[in-house]
Ligand binder design. Structure first.
Ligand code: IVH
Length: 710
C-alpha cells in the first residue's frame, strides 16, 4: 500500500492555505492542518475504497476532531475539499441544469441475451474494423454493468467542482452537494499524480445490496418510503435538495470512463487504452470494480459473461449485465459512433430473471421463530443463470392473492440474491380441479398446534422449545441473562450442541457432562467446567425467570412477572383457564390464548417436568390474595387530579375491590370521583344526578363505608 501512502500529499495544496501565512496563521498550524487532511483522506480511501481499514474508527474520529478543532479556531483555513466539509449546510431550492461539456451517451444493448451475444458483438467490431480471420483477436475490457445512476464528476486543478446527473445526455442536473457526501468519491485528487487541469470522471453511483437492505429497514421503522432497487435508492438520494439526507444514505461509486479532459496537446495524459485509463483513475483514488478485466477475443468475452453471471447473485451490488469495450482508444476513435451510441461498446444483459415453470407441490417450512412458510416445489428451471427448484410463497395470504394452486404453471422471479419467489400464475384454464392450499393444523416438524393470531398474516408453530426448527433460538432464550442466566451458553456453543444432537430439548442442558462439553470445538476443560458451573447455578431461579425462559409466545419479562405474582405457583399457571388468565393484569385474549395453548401441549408440560426433575427450582409463593370484591357491580369514573392518589393508583384500588373503572359518564355510572380541575365529566355527572366523590369519599368507599357525595 506504499503506493497509496503518497497518494494524498501532505503539503498544503491550496492557494487559500498559502495565503493564510500572510494573515498571521502560524506555519505550524498550516502544516498540521495539511497533515491531518492528508492522513484522513488516506484512511478514508483505505476504508471506503479499498475496504481495508488500517486504523480503528476511534482513531479516525480522534484525528477528524483535531482537524475540526483547528478549522474552528482558524475558519479561514476551511476549504471545500477538506474532509470535514462533505455535508454543506444549505438546503437548495432546486437542482440547477448543467450542459455537459461532452455529452453523456448511452450504450447499445446486445439483443442476444445468451452468451452468444458476446460473439455477435466481436463479429460486428471486426467487421467495422475490416478485420479478416487472418487478423489477430481484438482486445476488450469487460466490466460489470452497475445498476445505479450515471454521474459526471468534474475536477478542476484536482478539486471536485461539480457533479452532474446524466439527464437527457446533453443537460443534466447539478447534484454536487449530495455527491460530496459520498466518501468513496475524492474531493481532491492527489497532487503528485499528474492530474490534468480539467478532468471529468464518469461512473455509477449505486447502493450495495446490504446497504439498501439496511436503509429500507431504517426507512420502514421511520415510516418512510422504502426503495424497490438500488437504482431508485441512488436516484432518490442523489436528487435530494438537502445534503444532510444524502449524507445518511450509504451511497457507493464505481468509475468506468471519462468526460472532458485536458487533451494531450495541452499537457493532458495520453492513456492509449481504456484499461490504462481505469488504472490511472484507481491511482487517483477512485473505486474501480474488481471484476473489471481485459478479455481477448470473443471467447474471453463469453467466459466473462458466464463467470459474472454465476457470481452475480453473490456480488455485493446489483448489476443488470456486463459491458464490453474495445480496449484500444485508437480503435475506439476508428470505430466511432452510430446514432449517438459508440460502436466500440455494448451492454450485454443476462437472460430474464423471470421464468415460467410447473409448481409441483407446496411444502411448509418452519423458521427458527416458528413462522410457517409455504414453499413451492418447482420443476427445475434456469432463472438468471441459476437452476431454481424451490421458491417462497411468503404466507397463506400471499398464495390466495396470487391465486396459485398445485399443478399450475407459475412465474418464478429472482431478484438479486434474495430467495426466489413465485410471482404469479401463468393464465390459463386448469384441466382438473385442484383444491386451494391450506395451512397444516399441526407443525410439520414437531406436530404441535399451528395458530394464526388475530390480525397476523403468518401462521406459527406453538411448539417453541419442543420444535427442532426453533430449538437453537429457544435454548438461547432460555439461557438469556434475564431468563435463566446461564453464563457462557452463547450462540456458537448452542449451534454446536444442537448440530451435534447433544442437546435436543432444554432438559438436555442439565445432563451435559464435562467430557462431552470439552470435546466440542474451542472448548477447553476449564471453559467447559465454567459452563457446567453456570448451569448448576442457574438451577436456583425464580418463577418469573423460569416462565420467561420457556419462551411462550407473547410472554415477555413483565407478563412473566405478573403471572408469577398473580398465581404464585407454576402448577396454577399451567392449569389456568383462559378466563383465569384474563384476570392477570395486562393479559388480554391473545396473551391468555398463547399461554393456554402452550401448556395444553403435553410435550411442553413434559419439558417443564423434566427441568424440575433436573433440579431447576424456585420458591413458590402464595397466589396474590384477592381482595374482597366489595365494590363488585359498581362503575366509577375518575376525573381531574386527586390531591394524593395518582389516577392509576386510584384505578388499581377500585379494580382490586371489584369496581369497573370507565372513561365516560352515563346514567349507569355509580360514582364520579372528581379532583382538581375536573371538567366536562363533572358537569355531566351533575346533569345526570350521578353522585360525585372527592378523594376522601373514594377512600371511604374503598373502606366499605357509605361515602358522602359532595
Ligand atoms: S459506459 C459511452 N460502463 O449504463 C458509454 N456504462 O447507457 C458510456 N452503466 O446509465 C457508458 N455500468 O451509467 C458504462 N461499466 C459501465 C456501466 C455503464 C453501468 C450505465 C451507465 C448508463 C448506462 C449506459
Amino acid at each position: 500500500m506504499t503506493e497509496n501512502l503518497d497518494l494524498f500529499s501532505a503539503e498544503p495544496q491550496d492557494s487559500k492555505a498559502q495565503a493564510a501565512t500572510k494573515t498571521g496563521i502560524p506555519e505550524s498550524v498550516l502544516a498540521k492542518v495539511a497533515q491531518l487532511r492528508a492522513q484522513l483522506n488516506q484512511w478514508a480511501h483505505e476504508y471506503y475504497v479499498q475496504d481495508a481499514p488500517t486504523v480503528p474508527d476511534g482513531e479516525y474520529d480522534r484525528v477528524y476532531q483535531q482537524l475540526q478543532a483547528l478549522e474552528g479556531a482558524y475558519p479561514e483555513l476551511i476549504t471545500p475539499d477538506s474532509p470535514t466539509q462533505r455535508v454543506i449546510g444549505a438546503v437548495l431550492d432546486g437542482l440547477a441544469p448543467v450542459r455537459h461539456a461532452v455529452p453523456m451517451l448511452s450504450i447499445q444493448t446486445e439483443t442476444d441475451n445468451e452468451a452468444t451475444g458476446a460473439i455477435a458483438f466481436d463479429q460486428r467490431v471486426r467487421k467495422e474494423l475490416e478485420l479478416t480471420e487472418a487478423d489477430p483477436t481484438v482486445e476488450y475490457v469487460a466490466e460489470p454493468k452497475f445498476d445505479g445512476l450515471a454521474m459526471n464528476l468534474r475536477y478542476e486543478n484536482g478539486v471536485l467542482v461539480q457533479a452532474t446527473t446524466r439527464g437527457d445526455g446533453e443537460v443534466g442536473e447539478d447534484v454536487t452537494h449530495n455527491i460530496r457526501t459520498i466518501r468513496q468519491i475524492p474531493l481532491r485528487l492527489p497532487a503528485d499524480q499528474n492530474v490534468p487541469p480539467v478532468v471529468e470522471v464518469r461512473g455509477e453511483v449505486h447502493m450495495a445490496k446490504a446497504d439498501l437492505d439496511r436503509l429500507n429497514e431504517r426507512q420502514q421503522v421511520a415510516g418512510a418510503k422504502t426503495f424497490a432497487n438500488p437504482r431508485n435508492a441512488a436516484a432518490g438520494s442523489v436528487r435530494q435538495l438537502d445534503s444532510k439526507i444524502a449524507a445518511q444514505r450509504p451511497l457507493s461509486f464505481f468509475a468506468y470512463g471519462l468526460g472532458q479532459i485536458t487533451p494531450p496537446e495541452q499537457g493532458g495524459p495520453d492513456f492509449g487504452t481504456h484499461y490504462a485509463m481505469l488504472q490511472t483513475l484507481k491511482s487517483w483514488g477512485f473505486p474501480v470494480a474488481p471484476q473489471v478485466c481485459i478479455a481477448v477475443g470473443a471467447s474471453e468475452l463469453v467466459a466473462f459473461h458466464q463467470r459474472i453471471g454465476a457470481e452475480r447473485a453473490n456480488l455485493p451490488y446489483e448489476i443488470d449485465g456486463v459491458v464490453y469495450k474495445v480496449n484500444s482508444l485508437a480503435l475506439q476513435r476508428q470505430l466511432g459512433f452510430k446514432s449517438r451510441e459508440p460502436r466500440w461498446a455494448v451492454a450485454h444483459k443476462y437472460p430474464a430473471q423471470e421464468m415460467p415453470t410447473l409448481m409441483e407441490a407446496i411444502d411448509v417450512q418452519v423458521g427458527r421463530t416458528g413462522k410457517l412458510t409455504p414453499v413451492a416445489r418447482l420443476s427445475p428451471v434456469q432463472v438468471g443463470g441459476v437452476v431454481v427448484t424451490n421458491a417462497t410463497l411468503s404466507n397463506l395470504f400471499d398464495i390466495r392473492k396470487k391465486g396459485v394452486r398445485v399443478g399450475d404453471m407459475v412465474i418464478v422471479r429472482r431478484a438479486g440474491d434474495v430467495i426466489p419467489e413465485v410471482a404469479g400464475r401463468v393464465p390459463g384454464v386448469r384441466p382438473v380441479y385442484v383444491p386451494n392450499f391450506r395451512m397444516p393444523k399441526t407443525c410439520p416438524i414437531c406436530g404441535s398446534e399451528v395458530v394464526r393470531e388475530k390480525g397476523e398474516a403468518n401462521h406459527r408453530c406453538t411448539g417453541g422449545l419442543f420444535c427442532a426448527a426453533q430449538r437453537k433460538e429457544a435454548i438461547l432464550h432460555f439461557a438469556h441473562r434475564r431468563a435463566m442466566d446461564i453464563e457462557g451458553l452463547g450462540g456458537k456453543l448452542v449451534d454446536q450442541l444442537v448440530d451435534a444432537q447433544v442437546v435436543r430439548v432444554l432438559p438436555d442442558l442439565y445432563k451435559l457432562g464435562l467430557t462431552s462439553l470439552a470435546a466440542l470445538d474451542r472448548m477447553a476443560v476449564k471453559s467447559a467446567q465454567n459452563v457446567l458451573d453456570a448451569l448448576e447455578k442457574s438451577k436456583r431461579t425464580t418463577l418469573q425467570r423460569f416462565l420467561f425462559g420457556l419462551g411462550i409466545r407473547n410472554v415477555g419479562e413483565s407478563t412473566a412477572k405478573d403471572l408469577a405474582k398473580h398465581f404464585g405457583t407454576l402448577d396454577a399457571i399451567m392449569d389456568a383457564s383462559e378466563e383465569a388468565l384474563l384476570q392477570v393484569k395486562d393479559v388480554g385474549p391473545v396473551v391468555a390464548n398463547s399461554i393456554h395453548t402452550f401448556f395444553a401441549q403435553p410435550h411442553n408440560r413434559e419439558v417443564v417436568e423434566q427441568l424440575r426433575a433436573c433440579g431447576v427450582n424456585w420458591e413458590e409463593g402464595a397466589p396474590a390474595e384477592k381482595a374482597p370484591q366489595i365494590l363488585a357491580g359498581l362503575t366509577v369514573v375518575l376525573t381531574g387530579t386527586l390531591p394524593t392518589l395518582g389516577r392509576d393508583t386510584a384505578k388499581d384500588m377500585l379494580e382490586a375491590a371489584g369496581a369497573k373503572v370507565s372513561g365516560s359518564v352515563s346514567k349507569k355510572t355509580s360514582y364520579v370521583v372528581a379532583g382538581a380541575e375536573a371538567g366536562g365529566k363533572l358537569a355531566k355527572a351533575e346533569e345526570l344526578g350521578v353522585p360525585v366523590l372527592d378523594e376522601a369519599g373514594l377512600l371511604a368507599l374503598l373502606a366499605g363505608e357509605k361515602p358522602v357525595s359532595s
